[in-house]
Design a protein around this ligand. Structure first.
Ligand SMILES: [Zn+2]
Length: 180
């Protein structure tokens, strides 16, 4: 015979008081940390404590300092002045010394290497927008269109380049430090 389960009536529930947090944007949370974050526009920079926009760990100054520190640690070699170079951690490319010299601030440059023609990844592309399903119900016609696009891209002429983690060494000029 199955064991008799204890009978619990609805009035077995007891009232409890919980502390809730109202975020600066009006949302209410039972978690203090979530509420503090939800309503904030800035957080304290983990390095210096100055305001960093929400979504960032470090303030703009510290992000730039860290970028320059990482760049300084890269292996480096001179540029032939012909192959493309790129600004470190950006999508800005340069094809000649003249273009580099036109910059207000000397950019931190890395060498580029030849790479295959880029292909569009449809799910990767869609995930830049909020789509509720983890596996969005993409119409078959869209898959076919992207496959056709990727096939066409492969016939594109000309070399495609991508940035590397190898810094461009500038020739030291007189009266100028070679710190960059
Ligand atoms: Zn900072």
């Amino acid at each position: 015979m199955p064991e008799q389960k204890q009978v619990l009536w609805e009035d077995a529930a007891q009232p409890v008081t919980i502390q809730a947090w109202r975020a600066a944007n009006g949302q209410v949370f039972d978690d203090e940390r979530a509420a503090r974050y939800a309503g904030c526009t800035h957080v304290a920079c983990e390095d210096c404590g100055k305001p960093a926009p929400r979504g960032y760990v470090f303030c703009a100054d510290c992000r730039e300092r860290r970028r320059r520190e990482r760049y300084a640690a890269l292996p480096r070699r001179p540029w032939d002045g012909r192959t493309p170079v790129a600004e470190y951690l950006s999508d800005r490319f340069f094809y000649s010394w003249e273009e580099v010299e036109d910059c207000e601030e000397p950019p931190l440059l890395v060498h580029c290497r030849p790479c295959p023609v880029p292909q569009l990844d449809l799910l990767d592309f869609l995930c830049d927008w909020a789509i509720p399903d983890e596996e969005p119900d993409v119409p078959q016609s869209a898959w076919a269109a992207v496959a056709a696009l990727n096939t066409a891209l492969k016939t594109m002429e000309g070399q495609v380049w991508e940035p590397t983690d190898e810094a461009v060494e500038f020739p030291a000029t007189e009266g100028e430090s070679d710190e960059r």
